[in-house]
Design a protein around this ligand. Structure first.
Ligand SMILES: [Zn+2]
Ligand SMILES: [Zn+2]
Length: 229
């Protein structure tokens, strides 16, 4: 690695290169293994924590081929993966830290490569915006695999779900982290019936009633005066 000739069109690394990417967490139909599926190319294919790239278009060439867009992809920078996670299509994805090895090609913001080891899984936020704590059955999937969905404790209540440690065990990834939302979450939700607010509203309504009564009395007086003429 390195040196003036290292940036050829195709390179090879025996030393793993770190990278970051998004993926959907998947659970095998028999519940005994977990894996990942791509968020763009190769959505139908599920890969394991350590895996070799297959051509997404069914060709038998070695990945990554110059003539094809197949292979694993990653970003050099974790911020680029986090940015991509903001897109509505990718909100349900988890962030993977990976080590790329074997044949690879560089592109603008990362690598396209042949072999991958997932070194960490970062679970971000629930669809509701709170920090996700579990991976629940999403109802979607591909043949033999159910797609999992990061959910918070509230949205996940009563749904079949895996906690991070169990997902790590089944996926054979030792680091599964809860990333949480990078924005400040409300610390406490106000109680549905705040007695202070209710008392204040009652007082305001009482004042309004009193004014209405007064107005009606004046109107009555006016009317009776007019009728009396
Ligand atoms: Zn290909
Ligand atoms: Zn939620």
């Amino acid at each position: 690695m390195g040196g003036p000739f290292a940036r050829g069109p195709r390179e090879h690394s025996d030393e793993p290169l770190p990278g970051f990417k998004l993926a959907y967490p998947m659970l095998a139909a028999d519940g005994r293994a977990c894996g990942f599926s791509g968020v763009t190319l190769g959505r139908a294919h599920v890969y394991r924590a350590v895996d070799d790239a297959l051509c997404a278009h069914g060709s038998r060439h070695a990945c990554p081929s110059r003539w094809c867009d197949c292979g694993f992809y990653c970003f050099h920078d974790i911020a680029a993966a986090r940015d991509l996670a903001c897109e509505p299509d990718h909100r349900n994805a988890v962030l993977l830290e990976i080590a790329a090895s074997g044949r690879y090609r560089r592109y603008e913001r990362g690598l396209r490569y042949a072999r991958q080891r997932v070194t960490a899984v970062r679970i971000g936020r629930c669809e509701c915006g709170r920090a996700a704590e579990q991976l629940a059955d999403s109802g979607a999937g591909t043949v033999g695999w159910r797609k999992l969905l990061p959910v918070c404790a509230r949205c996940g209540a009563g749904r079949p779900a895996l906690d991070p440690a169990r997902f790590g065990e089944l996926a054979q990834v030792s680091r599964v982290l809860l990333d949480g939302p990078p924005v400040e979450a409300p610390t406490a939700t106000p109680p549905a019936e705040d007695p202070g607010t209710v008392a204040l509203l009652s007082a305001e309504i009482a004042v309004l009633h009193a004014r209405l009564d007064e107005a009606l009395t004046r109107l009555d007086a006016l009317e009776s005066r007019q009728n009396g003429r």
